[in-house]
Each structure stands twice: as C-alpha cells, then as structure tokens.
Design a protein around this ligand. Structure first.
Ligand SMILES: Nc1nc2c(ncn2[C@@H]2O[C@H](COP(=O)(O)OP(=O)(O)O)[C@@H](O)[C@H]2O)c(=O)[nH]1
Ligand SMILES: [Mg+2]
Length: 328
C-alpha cells in the first residue's frame, strides 16, 4: 500500500487507511509505505502506525526527484503558468502539484523502500472504499497475467496536456518496438480500428480518456521496464511537466494502453470507490444483498457522460455493469 502524502493531510490519510484496513487489509496485513518530499512529523508517524495492521515505512523523496531539472527554462514556465492561471486551469499555478505529477510519473517506483516489491496499491488521502475486498487483488493480478488495474476512467483537461499526445506519437515513431500487439489504441483514439500485430505507428487525435490514477493496483516492474523508462525520460526531456501540467494519470494510461496488450489491463468492477468529486458503486444486486457493499447505487459514475468506462467496455470486449467478480 503506497501513499504519497503531506503532513498536513494526516487526518485524510487516516481516513483512507481506516477504509482500506476495514474493507481489505486487516485480513491481509500488507505493509504501508508513506512517501513525502518533507520529513514526516512524529505525530504523522505515530498515528498512521497505529492505524496500520501491518508494517509501516516512511520515506523521504530525494531532492533531485522533486525539483526542476536544469534543461527547463524557468522564464517559459512562469509565462505559461500565468497563461494557464488566467484560463482557470485546475492547479495551474501550483509548482508542487507539478512536482507531484512528475514524481508519480517517473520516480515513486524507484524509491529505495519499494525496491523489494513487485506490486503496489496506490492510496490517496481522503478516499473511501465502499465494498469488502475479500480476495487478494495482487494475487488476482499475478495469476491472471494482469499488469495495470483501475477503477474509474474519464477525460483529461486538454489545457493540461496540450502536447502530450504529439510527444507520445513521436516517442512511438522513434521506438516502434515498444508498441504492443493488440494494444488499447482504440480506447484513446475514436473510430480507430483495433491495432494489429505489425502496426508500428499510432495516429489520430487523442480523445483524452485515461484511467484515474488516484487508485491503482499495478506492477512496479512495468514502470521499471525499458519501454516505460525510455518513455518517461523522453517526456521529461520535452518539459511538459513544467511548461504544461502533465498529469501522471494520462501518462500511466497511455503507457499501459500502448505498451501492453489490452488484456493485461484490469477494470476492478467489484470495487466501490470515492475520490471527490466522483464515486462509483457496484450495480449488481449480489454486492448489495450480501452486505458486501455499502453505497448508494445512484453513485454511478461509470456511465456518466464524463466517464470513459463505456469506451473501455467496448475496447476490452466486456459487458457493462459491475464486471465479473474475481474468483477467490
Ligand atoms: N508529499 C507531498 N504529497 C503531495 C503534494 N501534493 C500532492 N501530494 C499527494 O499527491 C496525491 C495527489 O494530490 P491531490 O492533492 O490529492 O491531487 P488531486 O487528487 O489531483 O486533486 C495525494 O496523495 C497527495 O497527498 C506535495 O506537495 N507533497
Ligand atoms: Mg487526490
């Protein structure tokens, strides 16, 4: 269980932990890893240690992974930030948000404390889990050959990633070997027919669909792979983390969708989840009559107009709804 978090978010961190522990982890006792760009306070450590059912570890982020690289033109960053602020783009004026997105994109999986792990579940402060998870999702991922797991999917704000798609296309042009056969390009580009083995280029316009990365259950080794490392380094050299405000969500999503066969991406249809302003609640009767879930079925982001999940169901060839509940 991995949480990147600030000291002042202690209460929200405890709230997320309470949900995760009650719904899942008290049976499994997976260790928690907390990461921060500043040292954790003793209070933060004491309270989160108390809430955890398993081991806890606290990591400080290296300064050089949370600072502006030398090749970035700070004058241009400032000018672009002001432009984005005037357009009311969310988090447009925040430098720390940019560091956070870059860290989640390119560094967390290389942290010393995660060195011995293959899998992680990303938990953010202030989220809620509505349903018991009474099987081990890590085991599910491993035994079913899955690499990336998500719960919600939606459109990104174009103003935050204006050149991300062009950069991604350029990266794939230069590195066609990384484009997976049977990738999920048709999730990102409308009207695209499913890509076939032997396709070495991607084209079309990005529809902004991505997996919401505040929840992720995924393989750390995918981010450590040559394909993703090269992709991150390429993007970092473009400077879009600072000149724009590239988020880790579209970057993780594009990488998973292009460098993996789509059947390695898993939608956790059985997980009830809230990260404001959205929540989703499994719709199948069984999840409710069994008492497994406590949530309102009106909290149904999946087929909201802003959700990309209907596209995912089509791309993945899955029927809509709560999705199959993994066998225990
Ligand atoms: N240590 C640290 N964590 C941060 C910082 N900014 C954001 N985070 C964490 O990064 C994640 C995303 O930030 P959040 O404020 O939830 O952004 P949002 O979900 O996109 O609205 C959360 O886990 C935050 O606790 C920061 O400056 N320092
Ligand atoms: Mg958040």
């Amino acid at each position: 269980m991995v949480m990147l978090v600030r000291n002042r978010e202690l209460n929200d961190a405890l709230r997320s932990m309470r949900f995760v522990e009650d719904r899942f982890n008290r049976k499994f006792r997976y260790p928690w890893t907390f990461l921060n760009d500043e040292p954790f306070t003793q209070e933060f450590i004491n309270y989160t240690t108390g809430m955890a059912s398993g081991k806890v570890q606290y990591g400080l982020i290296n300064k050089d992974q949370w600072s502006v690289p030398d090749h970035i033109d700070l004058h241009k960053v400032k000018k672009n930030m002001e432009k984005m602020v005037s357009k009311n783009v969310i988090y447009a004026g925040s430098m720390s948000y940019r560091h956070m997105c870059r860290y989640n994109s390119g560094f967390f999986y290389r942290h010393e404390l995660l060195k011995n792990y293959d899998w992680y579940w990303r938990v953010e402060p202030g989220v809620e889990f509505f349903c018991d998870v009474d099987y081990d999702p890590f085991t599910y991922m491993r035994t079913h050959g899955k690499v990336y797991g998500f719960v919600m999917s939606m459109y990104e704000y174009l103003a935050t990633i204006e050149t991300l798609w062009d950069s991604t296309k350029e990266f794939v042009r230069q590195n066609p070997q990384y484009l997976a056969a049977d990738n999920a390009l048709d999730f990102f580009v409308d009207g695209k027919s499913p890509s076939k083995q032997g396709d070495t280029e991607i084209d079309g316009n990005y529809n902004l669909c991505h997996f919401w990365s505040n929840f992720e259950i995924a393989s750390l080794n995918f981010w450590r792979s040559p394909a993703y490392s090269d992709y991150f380094n390429f993007l970092d050299a473009q400077g879009g983390f600072f000149y724009e405000r590239w988020g880790d969500a579209p970057i993780h999503s594009l990488a998973a969708g292009l460098f993996l066969p789509k059947d390695k991406i898993h939608h956790f249809g059985d997980i009830g989840y809230r990260h404001l302003p959205y929540s989703r609640c499994p719709q199948d009767e069984k999840s409710h009559v069994s008492g497994r879930c406590y949530c309102s079925r009106q909290d149904h982001f999946d087929d909201d107009g802003y959700s990309c999940l209907p596209r995912w169901w089509k791309v993945a060839g899955q029927s809509e709804g709560a999705g199959p509940r993994p066998a225990e």
